[in-house]
Write a protein that binds this ligand. Sequence first.
Ligand code: NAD
Length: 333
Amino acid sequence: TVLRVAIMGLGGYGTRVGEAIQECQRVKLVGVISGTPAKIKNWQAKYNIPEKNCYNYENFDNIKDNPDIDAVYVITPNALHHDQVIRVAKAGKHVICEKPMALNAQEGKEMVDACKNANVKLLVGYRMHFEAKTLEVVNMRQKGDFGKIMFFQGLSGFKIGDPNQWRLNKALAGGGAMMDIGIYALNGARYMVGEEPSWLTAQETKTDMVKFKDGVDETIQFQLGFPSGAVASCLSTYNMNYLDRFYLNGEKGFAELQPSTGYGPIEGRTHLGKLTQPHTTHQAKQMDEMAGIIFDGKKPIVPVDGEEGLKDLKIIDAIYQACKTGEKLKLNS
Ligand code: NAD
């Protein structure tokens, strides 16, 4: 069965996903939801999308009456995900939602519940969970190649441009770098170490008060402790370029990925040599795998469901709290 998808939000990343879907084996781009009629026209022409599969932000609830769309991929600014995902669920369609799934754990929980009640799947656009070199490392860790895991370092950042973009607007982004790029280091810490953290500490620093307004974090460092005793040290920033590196260390070996979460190719090595799994378009692989999850109940090696998204949101809530209070916080997963 082919997963017939409509993309909501035809911006930078929506455009990338639309192109990637053209490489998919079992996913087809069949519809769009956008507030800009001119973009809809372009997409219709480029991808041969019928008029009846085009919606705007006011009328997309009508997707419930459209038997030719199986799922909607929400690729809008972070603050919109919560309401849009719940509306798609109520329309009876599966939802794929970009990261961060929502602005906080409360919202995330409501989305998970709404999808459960509507009996539709909720999946989060964690493309790295399907990336071959990343999975090569996860697989080696599971086999014990690194021995007992002791340490993870995740460095995730880029220097952000235009000060007027939604990513620097607290109301639309929900925060700053941590919501956008720091989430990769956090999520990576969890899938690289292979455990849920039991405590954290976090510190925020800001060098540009004008660009990074109240509630929009420029740089956050956070540390995680895991039940096994492993620790992680992570950096999230909107103020450094070329910051994209994961390092995992165990008693018997190490893995290093750099770049570790960019669109690729991901590169890396371990104490046993270079990582060799081939590069493929992340978003195409992700979408084909998601078709398998939705239609065949396939279980990915690293989960991408709403519960997984919610785990990150709970920890992000705690990171912001720890930045404010300076406290070491206990986490219950
Ligand atoms: P973007 O600004 O390029 O696109 C956002 C789109 O949403 C635009 O087309 C815009 O018109 C539309 N939109 C609808 N309502 C809006 C409103 N009220 N205000 C502003 N824009 C509105 O952003 P993007 O880079 O495509 O990011 C969209 C989402 O995708 C974000 O949640 C982001 O975190 C996520 N993303 C994920 C990845 C990834 O690798 N998984 C990469 C980039 C972005």
